[in-house]
Structures are given as C-alpha cells and as structure tokens.
Design a protein. Structure first.
Length: 731
C-alpha cells in the first residue's frame, strides 16, 4: 500500500495544504525560521525572519504572549491560547499553539479573526435581545412532551427569573389562580396535540400577589424519539391590566381632588367640570354643562376673545401655565389660581382644552407675611458674614429670602423674592441647583460640601455650603435653607496640616521600603563573600582563586559602601555630620575619583576628567567632597552603557561649580523632582539604597552650597553642585 501521508517527500506539500503559519523562535524571541501559510502582511519572511517578534508586537499583546512563551520554555510543555492583535487600523484575533522545541519554541499561528468577529456580533445581538426582553417583560419557555418539564427564562420575576428555571407542568398549573386553571389546561393540551398560535391570558399567584400573564406558542417540532418540543413566549401584563382597572377609579378620583378641573370646546362650551370647579363657581352638580360657556363663568376669562387668546397659546401636545387672581365671580375668598392648560384631541379629531388649577389663596396670604418678615430679616442677616437663601419647596423653589452674600457674593440687580434660580442663572447652573434642591426636598437629608470659587477680584475663596429642609406646623409648606460660610483661612490651614501629615506618613513608608531594600542589598554581597570564600579555599587553580578573590574583594567594597551609607544616614537623621576642614586640592580629589572608578567603567564608556584649574585650593573636608563626586560618578556608571561620563569644576563669581555629566538613559521628567529624596530609587533594577543622592545633598547644603540635576530621558543627565570659594594656602 502506498502510504502517501508517511512519505517524507510529501511532507512539505501536505504542510502547505493543511498547516497554519509556523514560526520557530529562540529563547530570546528572535524568529529563527518561518513557514507562512497566509496572505497576512505581518506574517511574511521579510518582516519576521531574524527579528525579535516581541519587539514587533504591540504592548497589549506583548504583555500576554511573553509569560506564555516563558512558561513553555521553563515547563517544557505545549500551551494553546487566543490573543488579540491590533496593527495599524485593523484588529486581528489568533490562536497560538506553542510547543517546546529543544531550547526554542515552535509557534503555530491560526487566524481566528472572522470567527471572533462573528462571536462578538452574536453576543451583541443576544445582549440586545435580552435588553428588549427586560423592558417588555417578555421571556421564553420550552417544553418537551416526553420529559414533562417546563424550562422558563424571562425577566418578569413572577414565574421565573433571568436564569433558566425548571418546573413540571403540574407544579406550574398549581401557581395559576383556580378560576383560570381550566382554561389554561384546555389551551395547553391543545398545543400538545397540535400547534395553536392563539395566545391566552391568565393569573398566577406569587409571594401572596396576583399577576396577569399572557402566553403564546410559536413552534412545535417532533423529535427522533417521537416526542415534541414546544416553544413559546410569556409576558407579564399586570401593569396593562391594572391600567384598565384604574380607569373607573381615576374618574372617581378626579371628581374628588382639591384641584379645579374643567374641559371646554374651542367655542367655550363646557364639556366636563369636576366637583371642585362646580363648587368654586357656584354651579349645581345636576346642571346641564353643555349650556354653559366658560367665559360667562370665570372672572379671569371675562370674554370669548379672552378665552380664545388663552387656548391659542397652546400648540398640539404642549401646555400653557397660568396664574389668575380672583378667578371666581361668586367666591371672593379665592384669591388666586395657579394651573396648567392642555390641548386634547379625541379619536374623532375633535379638540378640547383641559384646565387643571389649584387654589393658591393661602400661599398668597403667606407670601404677604413673608415679605413683611423679609424687611426685618434683610436688615439683620445682610450684615452677617454668611450667605443665606430660603426657598419654598411647594412654590417651584421660589425665593422667599436671599441676602446679599449668597451665591458667591453676587448682588442681584433687583428684588429676587418670588423668583427662582432660572430667573438669574444660566440654564445649566440653574438645573444643577434645582437637582440639589429636589434631592434635599424629597429625602429630607441635608447636603454639605466645600467649594472653591473666585470672588469679584479674582481671589481664591473657599466656601462651606449647606442645604437643609425645614418642616414645621407654622409653615404653610416646607422650605429649603441654603447657607454658605467663608472658610478660606481655616481651609488653607487645614490643607497645610494635612500636607505635613502626608509627608510624615510618606517618610515613614519610605523608611520601611528602605529597610526592605537594605535587607536585599546587604544580603547580596554577603552571600557572594561567603560563597566565593569557600570556593577560594577549595580551589587549587591560582587563576581561579584570583578570579574568586576579585569577586570577594568587589563585594567587600560594595558591603563597605552600604555600611558607610547607613552610618551617614544615621548621622543625618540625628543631625550630626562630622567634618574635618583643611586646605584641599580639588585637582587631587578629582584624580583620586578617576583612579577609584577607572576599572569599573563599562568597555564602551569613557571616563573623562575635564581640564580644570589644578592650582585651585579650598578649605573643606576632602573626604566628604570625594564622597559626593565619587557618588555622582558611581551613580552615572550604573545608568550609562555607552558613550561617556565627564566631570570637572570651574571658579565663577566666587563660586566653585562642579559638574558630572553622562550620556546614559536619563531620568523620566516626572521623576526628576524626586532624585534627592531619601530612600527613593528611580530604577528598581539598579543596585543601591536610594540614599546616595540624599546624602550628597545634605553634605553640599552643610557646606553652604546647592545641588541640582537636569536630564533628558534617553539622552543623559547632568548633576551640578556649587561650593562657596574659601581661599586658602598650601599647608
């Protein structure tokens, strides 16, 4: 038999026909070989071969691919994962199967973009359908005639919930109100025999409540075992049924409300009037309304022309608000009406105008009292260092008091009493104030907040604002009181104290981080010293012992540096730094720095001591100056992999200016301001305690100088410190 699939000569051909794109990647992420099997532009040899594929991936994908890649290498097992890849203006989805291949990884790329897009579209469609079902309170049900179990999934919360609920048909029928069970059974058994797409309404009892439901079948399908699957919709129509039941109740309620309600035709003929309207205008309840004209009854609508002007203000679907004083010809105790008129068109196309008005006589009397009281309050409160505003909740939040300090000290050009925020502020501002008022009015809970604003001179002003609701039998309606106090000075003091507290907490946290870092930094050279000391003792090879000795010596120096920094920190914390002042040659110090670091410099980095005044002598602490320059140079060595590190000094305007400049990685702009803070490490991968630069700053400032840094990220950093020039002679 010809085993074609086992023939090595056919392997390449079969691979091209069936396999996905294959990439062989070394442990560093470099593509060693590629066998592309797609037309995607980014999966071609000229783009990937010999390149580090991780550097080509966008950050989002790279962060997810690298851990999987490393796990395959480390655990020597195959892993399959799906990834998202955003390139240019396109988004791709792919399955990557990674196999360990010696010390490399064989990656199998399979494009699943189309499948993923279809999946997301289906998920969106399902989400839309579920949302519609929630709004309409519609669900689905399925039933198998053999299993006799009803599976429901709806959003009514009555028969079932959003998750699928399973119930036998007998148990479900027990939930139905007894009077409706027989008709439901008849409908159900009909559907078991044949498809019946007529719906039926019935009631169910759940948690002691009655709910109205409508159910309908849309599918009846026979299965291979002879049973039938029946599917359909179910809907909660309780609200609809309740609305029908409430129509008669609504008519009764309208007749007994305290509002005066009437409806009239365009010619003024009255077609409806409730009991309150009839009473206010002295009309008997059994009088024929069709014989009455509204302009012959209402004092505030004295003529047919006045009636026409009133209803013509209303456009279809809109309303007209009105306030009328002394509206009744027969009842002079009614001082005023406030109401709204609507246009209504019935099914026959006939128009009518409905008016809903309430008696505001008590409010008018109350407002008159308030106005008298305001004259007394104005004199007193206008002289208080607080802004006070009082509004009536039941009168569209209109002002009943406002002093001159309110709302950021603006002075209204005229009397605000009886007006509201919309009369004085831009709509957006007024809407915000209204929402605050409504929240306080409805919940009864006061609001309290601090706001920063500008006074009329542009100066910062911090206000403490409060809104509260005030209820009481002596008030005709509840009111809202708004109070604001100028707390600028107190708030500034508070913020200064808070800032000091945060700095203290930060210092404590930094110390904790320092101790954690030091435990690692000290342990590292100690481990090296102990380990390589054993190796020196056990080795007979002189070259090998010398190599181990150099390692031990290097770690001895590192450990000594760490201990010195800790001791310096202790002295700084206690406020004691010892100095030994004597005439010192700056040139000799710089040479010693070079000799100390020349053998630590990376191969591609040059350490340059720039020509400086060799005769310049100052009286200072030689060891501390050496410590500062050496620390800055050592810091530059950590972060400079190629280029140069240069340092030197010059005398300018009786100041000695030192500089250390490198061409290293530089400092990120947002971190430059933190380089001299204690315990701060801008790079967690570099050795160090985070104390070196802080110690340098303390030393220079004790000498009366200043230290600063300038850096361009990716290009290099320059540290500059100055010392006062104190002339001296050679000792």
């Amino acid at each position: 038999m010809n085993r074609i699939l086992h023939n090595v000569n056919n392997a390449q051909r079969i691979l091209r026909l069936t396999a996905d794109t294959m990439l062989l990647v070394d442990k560093h992420g470099v593509c060693i070989d590629i066998e592309p099997h797609c037309d995607l532009w980014f999966l071609q040899e000229d783009i990937l071969l010999g390149e580090n594929i991780f550097e080509l991936l966008p950050e989002y994908t790279r962060k997810r691919v690298i851990p999987i890649f490393q796990a395959v290498l480390k655990e020597q097992r195959s892993i399959s994962k799906n990834f998202k890849l955003v390139l240019k203006d396109d988004t791709f989805y792919f399955k990557c199967l990674m196999f360990p291949y010696d010390d490399m990884v064989l990656c199998q790329y399979r494009d699943i973009t189309q499948r993923s897009n279809v999946k997301r579209q289906l998920e969106q469609a399902n989400y839309t359908l579920r949302t519609i079902q929630k709004v309409a309170q519609i669900g689905q049900w399925t039933y198998n005639t053999y299993k006799n179990v009803l599976h429901c999934s709806d959003y009514t919360g009555v028969s079932c919930e959003e998750n699928i609920q399973n119930i036998t048909i007998e148990k479900y029928i027990e939930l139905i109100v007894k009077e409706d069970r027989q008709s439901f059974k008849k409908w159900w058994y009909t559907n078991e025999e044949e498809l019946n797409m007529e719906s039926i309404s019935y009631r169910v009892r759940s948690n002691g409540e009655i709910f109205y439901m409508r159910i309908q079948t849309y599918l009846r399908k026979q299965l291979s075992d002879g049973s039938f699957n029946i599917e359909g919709y179910i809907q909660d129509i309780t609200d609809i049924q309740h609305r029908r039941n409430h129509i008669n109740t609504l008519t009764h309620a309208i007749n007994n409300v305290q509002e005066s309600i009437f409806a009239a035709k365009p010619d003024g003929t009255i077609i409806f009037a409730n009991r309150c309207f009839l009473y206010n205008h002295g009309i008997a309840e059994n009088e024929d309304l069709s014989q009455l004209k509204i302009y012959n009854i209402a004092e505030n609508i004295p003529t047919q022309k006045a009636w026409e002007e009133r209803y013509k203000k209303i456009r279809h679907g809109e309303s007209c608000n009105f306030t009328s004083y002394y509206p009744s010809k027969t009842n002079k105790n009614i001082l005023g009406y406030e109401g709204t008129m609507y246009n209504v068109t019935n099914d026959s196309g006939e128009e009518s105008y409905w008016s809903f008005a309430h008696d505001i006589s008590e409010r008018i009397r109350y407002e008159a009292k308030i106005k008298r009281l305001n004259r007394i309050m104005d004199t007193t409160i206008n002289n208080l260092p607080a802004g006070i505003v009082v509004k009536e909740i039941n009168n569209n939040f209109r002002y009943i008091y406002r002093n001159r300090e309110s709302y950021n000290r603006d002075i209204y050009p005229y009397d605000p009493i009886g007006k509201n925020d919309f009369d004085f502020h831009p709509r957006a501002v007024a809407e915000k104030k209204r929402q605050e008022d409504i929240q306080v009015a409805t919940t009864g809970k006061g609001l309290h907040w601090i706001v920063e604003e500008k006074d009329k001179n542009g100066n910062l002003i911090i206000l403490d604002k409060r809104k509260i609701r005030v209820d009481g039998d002596e008030l005709s309606s509840p009111i809202i009181v708004s109070i604001e106090w100028d707390i600028t000075e107190l708030e500034i003091i508070k913020r200064e104290l808070q800032s000091a507290k945060e700095k203290a907490e930060m210092a404590d946290n930094l110390k904790s981080a320092f101790l954690a870092n030091m435990s690692h930094e000290i342990r590292t050279p100690l481990n090296a010293i102990v380990g390589f000391s054993y190796l020196i003792a056990e080795s007979d090879d002189a070259e090998e012992r010398k190599k181990y000795y150099n390692i031990v010596n290097s770690n001895n120096e590192r450990l000594l540096q760490l201990i010195n920094e800790i001791l310096d920190l202790s002295k700084i914390e206690s406020g004691i730094i010892e100095f030994s002042f004597r005439p010192t040659s700056l040139h000799n110090i710089c040479l010693e720095v070079r000799n100390a670091h020349i053998f630590r410099i990376p191969q591609e980095v040059s350490l340059i001591y720039e020509p400086s005044d060799e005769s310049l002598m100052i009286t200072t602490d030689k060891d501390r100056i050496f410590q500062v320059i050496s620390n800055l140079v050592g810091n530059a060595i950590k972060f400079t992999k190629k280029g140069s590190i240069s340092y030197g000094y010059k005398l300018t305007d009786n100041q000695i200016i030192f500089h250390v400049t490198d061409t290293g990685m530089g400092i990120e702009p947002e971190k430059v301001g933190h380089v001299f803070e204690r315990f701060t490490k801008l790079n967690n991968y570099a050795q160090g305690t985070g104390l070196g630069l802080s110690i340098c700053k303390s030393i220079i400032e004790r000498f009366g100088g200043k230290i600063s840094v300038s850096s361009e990220f990716g290009k290099g950093t320059t540290f500059i410190f100055t010392l006062p020039y104190v002339t001296t002679t050679h000792s």
